[in-house]
Design a protein around this ligand. Sequence first.
Ligand code: CS2
Length: 490
Amino acid sequence: MKLSQQHLADLPASMISPTYDRLVCRAGILHIGVGGFHRAHQAIYTEALLNQGLALHWGICGAGVRESDRAMKEALESQDYLYTLIELGAGNEVKTQVVGVITEFILAQDSVDAFIQRLSDPDIRIVSLTVTEGGYFTDDTTGKFKDQDPDILADLAQPDAPKTLVGLLCQGLKRRMQAGIPPFTVMSCDNLPHNGDVARKAVLGYASLLDTQLMNWIADNVTFPNGMVDRITPMTSQAHKQQLFDSTEVEDVWPVVAEPFLQWVVEDKFCNGRPEWEVVGVQFTQDVTPYETMKIGLLNGSHLAMTFLGTLLGYEFAHQTMEDEDLRRFVENYMDHDVTPLLAEVPGINLTEYKQTLIERFSNPAICDQLTRICSDAAAKFPKFVFPTLRGLIAENKPLERVALIVAAWTHYLHGKNELGQTYPILDPKLAILQRAIAQPETCVTQMLEIYDIFGDDLPSSNAFVEAYQTQLSRLQTQGVRATLKQLIG
Ligand code: CS2
């Protein structure tokens, strides 16, 4: 049975499905960047509220600003914007849920005017984002808005027909300002430290070049809460779709798969109202910093610690790296000895338990979380997930060998061949630059360190780091992954 509004009532009893009337639900949130993560996280929290009969005016209008968003629009459109969440527990528990919270979908490329019109609709009170770091035009090393980016310059030359996220947001906000409509909250759900501050800098950076009055109005009236978001969401594979069909006979062209765990801690700074997400488990706080530092350092950092070494050893999925005793101990040691001592107290969280839960989550064999996914975009991930830890260790004169091995493993992985002689795809917009840097084995380290966008100028000037990086890479090159790991875990 094809998933559709018409057949909602015919779904098997084992599936959870919307208990509210979708036809009266209207969008109060416009979400830009509808991928797996949004559909498994923010949309699920909001769906839970709707299922309690609350917040029928907080439905979600899906939106995209890039051509690559068209595939999701078309997939959802073909099934009345319904989709299935397949939640896979470690003990093979499966929960399938049809989600109805997305009620429409717009693409800026189809009509910029219609897009801006929707952004200025008073019903839309939150614009949320998962657009990855690239969407914010922020220089990774200086943290400044990239005001000379060609896409930004193009939008400034034609501000009524913008193509970039910031160009569109500013145009929508400008209409609201001019019409006396209260602004929307801009809520980033990207996995970036201080994601709200990053979004604010980008929007204000663009507005300052466009219109001073608008910039001041945004600065005074728009809020940009920071948030920590967490749920492991693998890429949907053909096997996942088949699994859904086999167990329910439901055909979904693009279901989403996730682990059972989910967490969201967000600053309570919403300038134009918000859903009562606290009713369904969202934690509101005044300062999200300790939570995001913990999550990004321990979870995302450990993901990088396992993924390149795991790929080099020939593994395909995260849980296989946890079944490898040496690799699991390496990840545990990295968490315990490198990341944890640098963390501040995190209110309400027992770090020992948090780390145990992480190992359990990583070990979940049911979700089959692809290492290719975790390895992707590494050039953008290192500065956010691992280098804050590295900088902390350098500042405290701590041993650097484990963190250096993570960077060395990435470097070695860039050759594209594992220790079994098999090749694998490398997904990274910076791939050409990276592969140029590693072309000569003797100069890999110096060439990599010259990529300022990734390493800045402080890391290359730490002799301790350069030496540790060189040592670990040489060991990988000459002795291989297993022997290198053994030397570190004793
Ligand atoms: C992963 C994240 O892409 C990555 O590198 O570490 O997508 C991770 O699965 C999520 O942040 C979990 O919340």
